[in-house]
Design a binder for this molecule. Structure first.
Ligand SMILES: *Cc1c(COP(=O)(O)O)cnc(C)c1O
Length: 433
């Protein structure tokens, strides 16, 4: 697949955009536990999901194919920014005085500045070919809402977004982006839905949570025939779409490091960017071609993998979504309003939780202060201001190479840039946290 291993520039390798998404679950001996119907507690069938999702995505939710072809219109859009770069972070290595060779897979080059577009474009496509007119969704810091609004504009779909109140108030810029792409924006909880009104009645001053916002978006989609719901993380089809990240990264890395990766770090909110990056590396592991360790960096304010229970739980506060077997802090958990809004989710992708249970992925909890310190060091050494979410992966990597200064190959998933999160950086620089 490597088309341009340019010998004069071994730090940057050009490869083709993947033609298929990769489904690690289909290669594991034990299947991911099925989602259960919230009423009957039986495994959900396609009919149960049809009110929320289009047929193409429902099929992907349960597929046992190892490779799923990426539709041509989706690939055409991916080509605008994919393959995303994998570069060696030599200045960061120097600053850390480490023997480790640190590579960064950077998803901030997408139109909205994060990996979320990889799934947003695919989801908008499958909804459009099913004749859907409108998509509803939730968003935390606004990355997913802006990605879906952008994708909706590509396929002529209306997009209505409920944004967690804490972020809606403190981070207006992605709200502006959502509206620029043509999306409609509401703070959550809102008085537009039954579930929102119930949450406001319980606590009129709530800062909101992703679980509450999911309930509102799901409610509106379930009540309207031409409207479907789109989830930015957690579900199997989202994890599948994100596999473009890791497939590219594996090929890009082999071109300069024939032994592959020793450790792969990513931040984990709902688990999609880390699963997307790491599952193709785990493919290399289960086929015996390399032996990477995978580390999920989560915020200590919302530590679902390191502190949560592995059990069935709802994806939302009102209990409207299927029950998912996952690492969860409980659907009512409202994390502190940390700046990494995209990591404030009570659960974790069932696909990623499953690999944690199988011993293929380890979790580590990162304090917000340490995360931003790492983000500042990364900005000053490599020039890219990381998204607050992504700083958790960098901090986990820095801790790791400080603890074990081996001659090793490390990959960091940089899920997005933080240029719209500069107010959070300013607060950190002013010593506020
Ligand atoms: C949404 C988001 C995350 C967290 O979501 P995952 O599903 O865990 O990937 C991480 N980084 C960025 C930049 C995000 O926008």
């Amino acid at each position: 697949m490597t088309s341009n291993p340019d010998a004069s520039n071994p730090d940057l390798v050009t490869i083709d955009v993947p033609t298929h998404w990769y489904n690690l679950a289909a290669e594991l001996d034990e299947p991911i536990p099925p989602h259960l119907h919230p009423g009957t507690k039986e495994p959900v069938g396609p009919d149960d999901l049809a009110a929320l999702f289009p047929a193409g995505l429902i099929a992907q939710e349960v597929t046992d194919e190892v490779y799923v072809e990426i539709p041509e219109p989706v690939r055409e859009i991916y080509k605008q920014w994919r393959p995303s770069p994998l570069f060696r972070a030599r200045n960061l290595e120097k600053a850390l005085n480490t023997k480790a060779r640190i590579y960064v897979k950077y998803e901030g080059v997408s139109p909205v500045g994060s990996h979320k577009t990889n799934s947003a474009v695919a989801q908008a496509y499958y909804n459009a070919i099913d004749g859907v007119k409108k998509l509803t969704t939730e968003t935390g810091a606004g990355q997913w809402g802006s990605a879906l609004s952008y994708a909706g504009a590509q396929f002529d779909l209306d997009v209505e977004v409920w944004q967690v109140r804490a972020s809606y108030d403190s981070k207006p810029y992605r709200g502006y982006l959502i509206r620029t792409y043509g999306g409609t924006l509401h703070p959550s909880p809102s008085d537009l839905t039954e579930s929102g009104r119930a949450m406001l009645a319980k606590d009129p001053n709530t800062t909101g949570s992703l679980g509450m916002a999911v309930s509102e978006a799901v409610e509106v989609a379930a009540q309207n025939d031409d409207t479907r719901y789109a989830l930015g993380s957690v579900l199997n089809h989202v994890v599948l779409h994100q596999s473009v990240i890791g497939q590219e990264a594996v090929d890009q890395l082999y071109a300069v490091e024939p032994g592959g990766a020793d450790v792969v770090f990513g931040c984990a909110g709902g688990g999609s960017n880390l699963a997307g990056l790491s599952f193709p590396f785990l493919r290399e592991k289960i086929h015996g071609r390399s032996n990477p360790r995978v580390v999920a960096a989560e915020p200590s304010a919302c530590p679902s993998i390191t502190q949560g229970e592995y059990r069935y739980d709802h994806g939302d506060v009102a209990g409207l979504t299927p029950l998912l077997k996952m690492h969860t802090l409980g659907m009512d958990f409202v994390p502190d309003p940390i700046h990494a809004g995209g990591l404030r989710y009570h659960g974790m992708a069932p696909a990623l939780s499953h690999t944690v249970e199988l011993g293929l992925v380890d979790g580590v909890a990162i304090d917000q202060h340490d995360a931003f310190e790492a983000g500042i060091l990364f900005a000053r050494t490599q020039g890219i201001v990381p998204a607050p979410e992504s700083t958790h992966a960098i901090a986990a990597c820095i801790q790791h190479v400080k603890d074990s200064d081996d001659d090793q190959v490390v990959v960091i998933g940089l899920s997005g840039h933080g240029q719209l999160d500069l107010p959070a950086y300013a607060e950190f620089l002013d010593g506020k946290f």
